[in-house]
Design a protein around this ligand. Structure first.
Ligand code: UD1
Length: 337
């Protein structure tokens, strides 16, 4: 009986796969490598001592995807695969709706056909829109500001609807806050295509000398230093949340929804300072105007996950920065030689 991990060669997926393998789970990865590298599979083997079965398939190729279920006994699915760039989603909404929604529908229909009952979905704090207050609880109102976020919310809604009619289905909706950090070995980490949109990969590229300086998007927010505040969480903590969720689903939980964050908010300037300490260099920056669609503050109340899953984030900000830096400095060109 195997756990099928879609997007298992990606940033969060690969860290989760290693933890699954270390917990003696049988893991199958499906990934089209559109935003990841085949080398990740080698490094997963190097770090875990086991090579997961790997299918290089785009889920939209439905017949090929279904064949995985013919060839293997799939017990649970963790669904990471999806387009995830906010700005790109505004320019290519149809591509985002098609890829993220249709692939999820194909998975859900295939699960039905092959009687697979456990499904973990990568959602995002983006579904809280501009929250009325922080920390954010799971029952806060949901809204979105861009097509990427809308695909996350639409999939959540689909999952809620199907769980109403299929009482045997167990679904974990995990709302990630801001994932950063990397495996302690420095062998796998985040490697976005092109110029990074997100703060941490941007800072690491400045530190390694690939980008000249960081632009800080606004210093006039109502936060302790005027720059945006977020809940940065170590990718290893995030990965651990998936394993705990899987255990919960296997006990017939029905639909469950959890915030995965640390509950602590750090500003952009806090991040620059912490990262400078980790890499031993100044991070040059300048303050520019606000980025459209950004909010002042976003951090989680993760007590529900603590209470119901026995999960809690363990790594602090210094460790997040040290691990991000180890990955970047050991692999200045990411997975390319
Ligand atoms: C973004 C997405 C969110 C998505 C998440 C995935 C937006 C509006 N939101 O969250 O939907 O789920 O990534 O990780 O894009 N910053 C700078 N300079 C930079 C980059 C970022 O000052 O070059 C600031 C931002 O203004 C923000 C903070 O850093 O205050 C974090 O930004 P980012 O890493 O892009 O994450 P979010 O915007 O929180």
């Amino acid at each position: 009986m195997a756990v099928l991990v879609t997007g298992g060669a990606g940033y969060i997926g690969s860290h989760t796969v290693i933890q699954l393998l270390n917990s003696n789970e049988d893991v199958i990865i499906v990934d089209d490598l559109s935003n990841s590298s085949i080398k990740v599979i080698d490094r997963i083997e190097e770090l875990s001592g086991k090579r997961p079965k790997f299918y290089e398939i785009n889920i939209l190729e439905e017949n090929k995807f279904k064949k995985i279920f013919e060839e293997n006994e799939i017990e649970s699915i963790i669904h990471f695969a999806g387009f995830k760039a906010v700005g790109e989603s505004v320019n290519k909404p149809l591509a985002y709706y098609t890829n993220n929604l249709v692939s999820t529908l194909i998975i859900l229909n295939t699960m039905k056909e092959y009687n697979v009952k456990n499904f973990v979905f990568s959602s995002s704090a983006t579904v809280y829109g501009d929250p009325k207050s922080c920390p954010i609880l799971e029952d806060f109102p949901l809204s979105t500001t861009n097509p990427y976020g809308t695909t996350k919310l639409m999939i959540e809604n689909i999952l809620r609807d199907i769980c109403k009619t299929d009482k045997k289905l167990n679904v974990g909706i995990l709302r990630y806050f801001n994932p950063v950090g990397a495996h302690k070995s420095g062998r796998i980490g985040e490697e976005p295509n092109g110029i990074p949109n997100n703060l941490m990969p941007y800072i690491t590229k400045v530190a390694i000398g690939k980008l000249e300086k960081l632009s800080i998007f606004g210093d006039d927010y109502a936060t302790h230093d005027g720059t945006g505040v977020r809940d940065y969480i170590h990718v290893e903590d995030l990965a651990a949340g998936h394993l705990k969720t899987l255990t919960k689903l296997r006990n017939n939980s029905g639909l469950v929804t959890y915030n995965l964050g640390t509950g602590k908010g750090y500003s952009v300037l806090d991040m620059v300072k912490a990262f400078s300490k980790a890499c031993g260099k100044e991070i040059p920056y300048s303050i520019v105007g606000r980025r459209a669609g950004d909010i002042a503050m976003c951090y989680a109340d993760s007590n529900k996950a603590k209470k119901e899953l026995g999960w809690e984030a363990k790594y602090d900000l210094d460790r997040m920065c040290e691990d991000s830096w180890r990955w970047q400095s050991n692999n200045p060109n990411g997975y390319e030689d």
